[in-house]
Design a protein around this ligand. Structure first.
Ligand SMILES: C[S@@+](CC[C@H](N)C(=O)[O-])C[C@H]1O[C@@H](n2cnc3c(N)ncnc32)[C@H](O)[C@@H]1O
Length: 391
């Protein structure tokens, strides 16, 4: 496919996504129907689509409309290109701009964004902007700007299998260049060859796992010690379970309300060379219970940009109820002198400090040991961790 044909396809797929179809489903369906497209075409179209979803409001402003074509005009303008260069109507390139489309463009990109309301320039729904500024103050605009960008690829070196230098050398032999990252001593940022990671020897032998650097930093911050019993109450795919298992010699149990989410964990644990038990109904007490609760995912919206447009006040209130319930259940499973750790990948107080304040006000005998947040400006996704103990 030519670069312009990829833009034409991205504009069509974006129309289906704007109509409400999930982006992954739209991209996979297109790839199945389009056997002529190679892996580079699929990757380029995916990049166009996800970039446009991250920057939906600002691109619609620049491109003159919330349509697939409007978003792709906006993307080109933001990249300093004139839409007419790609929309030529020749071969498989998208149709030329109509007069109305041409008139609606904002070619003065910097001025257009400078005078746009903050949530438009920052690519956030209006109702979310106050949540962001309330939580982050002066850091809100920078965090929003970073969520408009593609996420770096991070690896966690599994120190149960080897050290950083061994991992970097192995990755390099497979054409993958990395650099260390200050967020965590086990984090490597992939600087080239990211698409080879899943086929690399280091990945296949469990020497590295894909895991965001701030997610690793969160595991580093947990008060883990050898010999303790740990329950990962919302283990999901097991990212944090495996990170904890690499840190300490401990008896680790993984649980999730949706057992299907745990299905890959036994194979991942075997690959990583660590033991993890799975419990449908965990029986406490545990020395440390981690609840990495379901949340808006706002700290990771650069990876899942559809989430920021899909979130509603009702959905956030539902999440808050689930978060409160999980905290109560997890507290009941925590040993008398144990640690209850609450984590989200959200930037909002409503899912972080407010949940902890509610728990502490309603549940006698608990105190906050410490809490900590990681912002996108530190390089990884946004995360929050609070560690509680009985006081
Ligand atoms: C943020 S994800 C966990 C991610 C995982 N810890 C990791 O690092 O890969 C939240 C998980 O909580 C699970 N969950 C939702 N409601 C739950 C509940 N009431 N009790 C336990 N787990 C729940 C979801 O199925 C989901 O897998």
């Amino acid at each position: 496919m030519t670069p312009d044909a990829r833009i034409a396809t991205a504009a069509e797929l974006l129309d289906s996504i704007l109509d409400g179809q999930p982006a992954e489903q739209v991209l996979t369906g297109w790839a199945r129907r389009s056997r002529f497209a190679g892996s580079k075409d699929r990757a380029a179209i995916r990049d166009h689509v996800f970039d446009a979803l991250r920057c939906r409001r600002s691109y619609a402003l620049l491109g003159g409309g919330m349509t697939g074509r409007g978003l792709m005009f906006g993307q080109l303008l933001a990249q300093g290109r004139a839409p007419e260069e790609a929309f030529t109507g020749q071969g498989h390139a998208p149709a030329q701009l109509t007069e109305d489309e041409t008139a609606a463009l904002r070619r003065d990109v910097e001025a257009a964004l400078a005078e746009a309301p903050a949530p438009v320039a920052g690519d956030m729904p209006d109702w979310i902007w106050p949540l962001l500024t309330e939580a982050l103050g002066a850091d809100a605009a920078r965090a929003a700007a970073l969520l408009r960008q593609r996420a770096p690829v991070f690896l966690r070196v599994n120190t149960a299998r080897g050290d950083l230098e061994t991992a970097r050398a192995s990755l390099l032999r497979d054409g993958i260049e990395t650099q260390e990252h200050p967020l965590s001593p086990t984090a490597l940022e992939v600087t080239s060859g990211a698409r080879q990671v899943a086929r690399s020897t280091a990945y296949e032998t469990g020497l590295v796992e894909l895991q965001d650097a701030a997610s690793q930093a969160l595991s580093d911050a947990l008060p883990l010690r050898n010999g303790m019993t740990i329950l990962d109450y919302c283990a999901g795919g097991g990212g944090k379970t495996l990170a904890m298992a690499a840190h300490v010699q401990a008896r680790i149990t993984a649980h999730d309300a949706n057992p299907g989410r745990l299905s890959d964990l036994p194979a991942r644990a075997a690959r990583a060379g660590v033991d993890v038990a799975i419990a449908r109904q965990p029986k406490g007490p545990f020395d440390l219970v981690l609840c990495d609760v379901p949340c808006s995912g706002s700290g990771a919206w650069r990876r899942s940009p559809e989430g920021k447009w899909a979130l509603t006040t009702d959905a956030l209130a539902d999440l808050n109820r689930t978060q409160d319930e999980i905290l109560q259940k997890a507290a009941a499973l925590t040993a008398q002198d144990g640690v209850l750790a609450y984590a989200t990948c959200s930037l909002f107080r409503a899912e972080n400090e407010d949940r902890i304040a509610k728990f502490l006000s309603e549940t006698k005998g608990w105190v906050l040991d410490f809490d900590r947040r990681w912002l996108p400006q530190m390089g990884g996704d946004g995360f929050y961790l609070a560690c509680l103990r009985r006081g």
